[in-house]
Design a protein around this ligand. Structure first.
Ligand code: BGC
Length: 442
């Protein structure tokens, strides 16, 4: 076989998030976090989508064969103050969604991607259960405005990362800290997700609603070590399982006890998978804050530019397999996958190898329906600022110039073919040709 094809109707796109691309986002908790010097750089103008450059970037997406795009709505723009809705901002998002539809791009909207309005943050946001009702109101407002163009919704992006990075590791803004607060936040996010799921279906019965899970497969550093295995299991369930279990059973299980959220049961029409890499876990007495489990990549890994990611494509297959076994028949969308790589030295092989694994999963019968690469253009990487470049296109922050990396053409060829061929891999990622198309004599 010289081409691995994907099923007809497969969604091929990229993913972005409001604060990372819009620019001039000055009314949310991340803006304050940046002003307080907690990030490497400021988001500034970002990719200037709020200034209108989403249009040229969508033109780029469509010209290079993409048929879908996942983007997020900035709550602080829609509701700048607790008692004020900004209709102009809503109109701008309507224009964005319409612009995508007009270009033949299926829009997928994320309603919450890490940022909170500043007024909400001042009230300690998701630490309080009252935020659930506020989120529901905001969701209602957005869905009413966008329903004409959008029926694919991600409620919350990576609730596990939001809660761990803010309330445990302290990389993200958080009012109070500690494991107990993190658990409370996660429970409220699940309540918020459930409320959003129900309200979206009320307004738009045909909608498809899910959330995006950052799923990290984990392996013990030494499989013979009971302590490494124990640490692996603790970390694995802490990072990966609380939210998904909450959705399948209506109960969140945490080291601090169970929390019952029955309204969350079954609230997903698909699972959004954000997959980047696999962690190795080792028992480490010095890591009290991480409950004595050190997470790392082995020294001989295929590392990305800043060693943020180890290229472990089999982990994508394992993640999909885990989802399919946990939720039989539930459609799966790969809502994020990518690598930081300014020189585009690893991205082509990362892309080729991960899509090969996605293809294997599809061929095994797992219901993978789409792939959204992170990201379209370099964008603001949270606490890491502009030090990491995830875009197919590069961005010169000062001039707003876009730089076409070779991966643009590679991904375009894949999207247009609805598959990945031997010739493409030979051209763009020859170093992994034998791994992807083994034993094929030309
Ligand atoms: C987040 C993105 C982020 C990406 C790369 C994901 O966890 O959803 O916002 O840019 O990782 O770091």
């Amino acid at each position: 076989m010289t081409t691995y094809h994907f099923p007809r109707g497969f969604l091929w796109g990229t993913a972005t998030a409001s604060h990372q691309v819009e620019g001039n986002n000055t009314n949310n908790n991340w803006y304050r976090w940046e002003q307080d010097g907690k990030t490497k750089h400021h988001s500034g103008l970002a990719c200037d989508w709020w200034g209108g450059r989403w249009r040229e970037d969508m033109d780029r997406a469509v010209e290079t064969g993409q048929n879908a795009h996942r983007f997020s709505i900035e709550w602080s723009r829609i509701q700048p103050e607790p008692d004020r809705w900004d209709e102009d901002a809503l109109e701008k998002y309507r224009a964005m969604a319409r612009g995508m539809v007009e270009r033949g791009i299926t829009p997928m909207v994320t309603l919450h991607h890490f940022t909170d309005p500043f007024w909400l943050y001042e009230r300690c946001g998701w630490e309080k259960e009252e935020t659930v009702a506020l989120f529901e109101k905001y969701v209602r407002k957005v869905v009413e405005a966008l329903k004409e163009y959008v029926n694919l919704w991600t409620t919350i992006n990576e609730p596990n990362i939001y809660s761990l990075s803010g309330y445990v590791s302290g990389d993200f803004p958080a009012c109070n800290k500690g494991l107990a607060v993190a658990v409370r936040v996660l429970a409220n996010l699940l309540r918020g997700h459930a409320a959003a799921y129900h309200v979206i279906h009320q307004i738009q019965p045909e909608a498809r609603v899910g959330y995006a899970l950052h799923y990290r497969p984990m392996v013990p550093a030494n499989s013979w070590s009971p302590l490494d295995r124990l640490m692996r299991n603790i970390q694995y369930s802490g990072v990966n399982l609380a939210f998904p279990t909450g959705i399948s059973t209506g109960v969140i299980r945490t080291p601090l006890g169970k929390i019952s959220i029955p309204q969350a049961r079954g609230t997903q029409d698909f699972l959004g998978l954000n997959y980047y890499s696999v962690d190795t876990v080792k028992f480490d007495l010095t890591k009290a804050k991480e409950m004595f489990g050190k997470r790392f990549y082995p020294a001989d890994s295929d590392f990305s530019a800043t060693k943020f990611i180890a290229n472990i494509p089999e982990g994508l297959y394992q993640s999909i397999e885990w989802i399919a076994k946990t939720y039989p028949d539930l459609p799966i969308l790969i809502t994020e996958n990518g690598v930081e790589d300014p020189a585009d030295a690893m991205r082509p092989r990362y892309l080729a190898q991960h899509l090969h694994q996605a293809w294997r999963a599809v061929n095994y019968g797992f219901p993978v329906k789409g792939y959204f690469h992170w990201s379209l253009v370099d964008n603001f990487e949270w606490e890491r600022g502009w030090t990491q470049r995830f875009g197919l296109w590069g961005l010169e922050v000062e001039t707003q110039a876009r730089i076409r990396r070779p991966s643009v053409d590679f991904y375009a060829a894949i999207c247009k073919e609805n598959g990945i061929s031997r010739a493409m891999v030979e051209q763009y990622a020859p170093e992994v040709l034998e791994k992807i198309f083994p034993n094929v004599t030309p």
